[in-house]
Design a protein around this ligand. Sequence first.
Ligand code: SF4
Length: 724
Amino acid sequence: MNPPRHETKATCCYCGVGCGVIIETDGQQVTGVRGDPDHPANFGRLCSKGSTLHLTAQPLLQQQVRALQPEMRTDRNQPRRNASWDATLAYMAERFADTIARHGPDSVAFYVSGQMLTEDYYVFNKLAKGLIGTNNIDTNSRLCMSSAVAGYKRTLGADAPPTCYEDIDHAQVIFIVGSNTAFAHPILYRRIEDARKNNPELKIIVADPRRTDTAREADLFLAILPGTDVALFNGMLHICLWEELTDSAYIAAHTEGFAELKQTVRDYTPAYVSAVCGIPQADLMQAARWFGASKATLSLYCQGLNQSASGTDKNVALINLHLATHQIGKPGAGPFSLTGQPNAMGGREVGGMANLLSAHRDLGNPQHRAEVAALWDLPSVPSQPGKTAVELFEAVRQGQIKIIWIACTNPAQSMPDQKLIREALRTAELVIVQEAYTSTATVAYADILLPATAWSEKEGTVTNSERRITRFKPALPPPGQTRHDWRIAVDFAHALEARIGCNTLSGSTLFPYDSVEQIWNEHRASTRGRDLDISGLSFALLEQRGPQQWPFPEGASSGRKRLYQDGRFPTASGRAKFVNVAYQAVAEPIDVRYPFALTTGRLRDQWHGMSRTGTVAQLFSHAGEPAVMMNPGDMQRRFLTAGDLVHVTSRRGTQILPVQTGDDMRSGQVFIAMHWGEEYLSGRGPRQNPDDACYGVNAMTNPAFCPSSFQPELKHAAVKVLKA
Ligand code: SF4
C-alpha cells in the first residue's frame, strides 16, 4: 500500500519573487514540489531552483548537511561537543548577562537574515531592542535592499514599492537597470516575455555593465560603465526636460524640490553623460524619449543600483525621473525594486535593522520610539543607533562588541572584505551561529551552534517584492533537535529574563508567545495607522483568501495593488520630494596597478552561498565551477586562454581561479559569480583550517558603503589579473 500523500502550500525559499509552491510529502519526507497555480506571484510556474527544492530535502542529504543537535564549547581550543538545549541556553544567558553587566548592552550584537520569516525577525528585533536594550541588530538585507529603502523614504516618504507584478502586463516601456532579471528573478522575467508576446509594441531597455541574458533580449541595451547610473538618470531627465517630456502639472500639484534638481541636471548634457557612461549619445537620447513619452514606464532594478557606495543616490535619481515624467501612480508605471531575498520585505516591516523600529518606524524619531515602547510595555527603547553590517563586524574586530549571534546567514562568505570578517570572528569572545546547515563557512567559527528548522518545516509569513504576504504551514515536523528560529529566540529570552529580570512596566515577560500566530497578531497590531497597516490581515483571512498585498487595514476588503494613484504621498506635506543628487564615481576607481573593474552577480541555477542549491547535482549543469569571466580581447592581450589559472587580486585579497571567455564583458571588466565559497573552492567536507585563504569573490570586494543606506559596494572593486 502506498503511504498517504500530504500537500502543503508554502513559498519558494529563494528569491523575492515569492513563488507559491505545493510541497508533497509522505508524512516522513518531501517527495515532490510543484508550482501553486493559485499563487498570484507565479500562477504555477517555478524556475530551475524552485522546481528542485524537493531534492534539497532528501533524508540522506539532511543527515549529511543539517545541524540537528545543539553544540557548544567553552574553550576555543577545543572542538564543539553536543549539548542539551537547556544547558546551551543557560550558558548563553549567563554569558550575555555577564557581558552586559560589565560592558553595557551595546557589547552584544545580532546579525540576522532576509531568509527568516517575519515572525522570526519580529522576535529577534524585540529581543535586541526591547529586552537587551541595544540597536545592534542588523541583517544581510543590509547587503541587499537598504539603498532601495533609503531611496523610497527620501523621495516618496515611505519604504513601499508603489507597483505590483501586474504592472508588467500594462507597461509600454520596461526599463531594467542593474538587474539580470532572467537569472535572478526568472519567473518575473517569464512574465516580461509573456507581456512582450501580448504587446509587440512593448519596448525593453536594459542598462547594465554586462551584456547579460536579460540585456541580449532588450530592444535597447545601454552598456554603461560600472557605477555611472546617477549620470545616466540625470542625463535622461535632462533630455526629457529639453524635449518637454516632463509633466509640469503633475510636478506642480504633487511634488516639491524640482527647481533645485533642474539646476543640477542642466549640467548632464548628452555629450557629458555619453562620455561618463561610455554609451553612444543616440542610445541615451532614444532611452530618454522612450521612457518619457510612453503611456506607462515601469523600472525594474536590483543590486546594480543598491550594492554601491552611492546606492541611495542611484535609487533617488531613478525615482526623480519617474516623478518628473509622471511615470508613477498609474497602471504599468513606477519604480519597482526587486527584492533579492525571499523575506527582505518582511524584515523591513518589523524594523529588523539597526536604524529601524517596528512597522516602518524610525529609530531617530522620538515619537516613534515612544510608540514602540508603549506597544511593548516598556519605559523606553534605546535611542543610540545600532551598528550596520560592515560597522558591526568592524566593532567586533576592534573588541567593542564581545558577543555576536549570527542567525540564518553566512557572513564568512557573503560580507565584503573577508579578511576583516574572519579577524572579527576570531576576535569575538563568543560567536553563536543559528543555522540549519553545518556546511557554511561561518559555522567553523561558532562557539555555539543552534540547530534551526528549515524550509518545509517552518510556519509563518513572508512578504515578496510586490508587498504580498503569504502564510504557510509546516509540511514536516522539525528533524532531530532543531527548533524554529522564533522559538530559539523566545527560549533564550526567557532564560535571560530569569537572570536579569523582566523589564516591562507590568513586570511580565516581553515574550508571551506559544505560537507563530500570537507573534503575527502583535506585529499586525503594531502596524495600525502606519503606511503598511495590516491590522485587517488575520491568519484566518490569509488561509481563506490566500496571499494578500499590504496595506490591508481593518475593515478593508482587499489589499492595495498600486500606491499613490491619488497623487498623495506619505510625507509631511503630502507631496513627493525631488532629491538633488549628483554623480559620484565608484569608491575604488581602477588605476594602473589595479586596471580591471571587478563586478559580481548571480548565476541562473545557484542561490547565494549554495548551502541548499549546492546539494543538487543538476544545478551545476549550467555552470560547474567558479571562474573569472574576461573580455576575449583582454585575454588575448594577456596571452590567456580559456581554462588558464589566474590570480585575481584587489587591495584586500586574492583568489586563484580559471579564466573563461566572457563575450558579455566590456574590455577592462571582469566578472565573478557570488556563489562559490571556500567549501567549494577547497573541496567539500569539514575544513581543517578555518583560516585558509579560499574565501570566494568576497576576498576581493570593497567594504566601502553608501553614507545614507550603509550598503556596501559589493558590485565594484579594482583588481589586477595575472597568470598563476
Ligand atoms: Fe523561487 Fe525565485 Fe525561482 Fe520563483 S523565481 S521559483 S521564488 S527562485
